[in-house]
Design a protein around this ligand. Structure first.
Ligand code: GDP
Length: 212
């Protein structure tokens, strides 16, 4: 199968909600702690080496980066690389900017169809990860979590982690009376674990409603 994601290119960097592209195309966003493996995942899912490199440019790490996917002359959707979080020392002003930009984007962007949340399989579900879930789950849209760097765990440990996270998510949705919109899988760019599942999830979200 040929993946829509395999035709992707950098579009624009945004630093304020008012500058978000006015395009009506559907969007899927990627979020995660810094170093969770977000850039590597975007690159491998789009089958490119350095697509998500722009996000790493110093000074741009607190910005939202847009990629367009589909044919260059007729893009079908956008992938959004959200700023990584969880840096050890962040000035209060940066923290406030981050909360406004990310929280605002996740809660108000109507084009956004779903959130891919990347969490290192060795330390999933940190406080800030829950903050992202809280912001987005309330919209009723789906969140799919990738437990990254699964190759760093033994097979048994990775299965145990997957089950534990599934359990936590089930408890969370039940407690808040939400539909079953939170899913999770193991993922490794290094060993190419879970790529197909992640690609299928994203492409299913991006399909126009009449095709589903
Ligand atoms: P980001 O800050 O979330 O964009 O993370 P990066 O994609 O830059 O990855 C952070 C570090 O984790 C880099 O050193 C990557 O080489 C490494 N990394 C990313 N994915 C994997 C993986 O699947 N397995 C392993 N072992 N390392 C990975």
């Amino acid at each position: 199968m040929s993946f829509l994601l395999h035709q992707a290119r950098f579009l624009v960097t945004v630093n304020h909600l008012r500058d978000l592209p006015p395009s009506p195309l559907p969007e899927v966003a990627f979020a995660g702690r810094s170093n969770a493996g977000k850039s590597s995942a975007i690159n491998v899912l789009c089958n490119q080496r350095r697509l998500a490199f722009a996000s790493k440019t110093p000074g741009r790490t607190q910005h939202i980066n847009y990629f367009s996917v589909g044919p260059a002359d007729q893009p079908r959707a956008h992938l959004i690389d959200l700023p990584g979080y969880g840096y050890a020392e962040v000035p209060a002003s940066v923290q406030i900017h981050w909360e406004q930009l990310l929280g605002g984007y996740l809660q108000t962007r109507t084009q956004l169809c779903g959130l891919i949340l990347l969490m290192d399989a060795r330390r999933p579900c940190t406080e800030l990860d829950w903050q992202m879930i809280d912001w987005f789950a309330s919209t009723g849209k789906p969140i799919h979590m990738l437990l990254t760097k699964a190759d760093k765990l033994t097979r048994q440990a990775s299965i145990n982690t997957l089950r534990t996270v599934q359990q936590k998510l089930a408890e969370y949705t039940m407690r808040l009376g939400l539909p079953n919109q939170l899913t999770v899988q193991l993922f490794s760019t290094l060993k190419r674990v879970g790529l197909d599942d992640a690609q299928h999830t994203i492409e299913a979200w991006l399909k126009p409603a009449h095709q589903t």
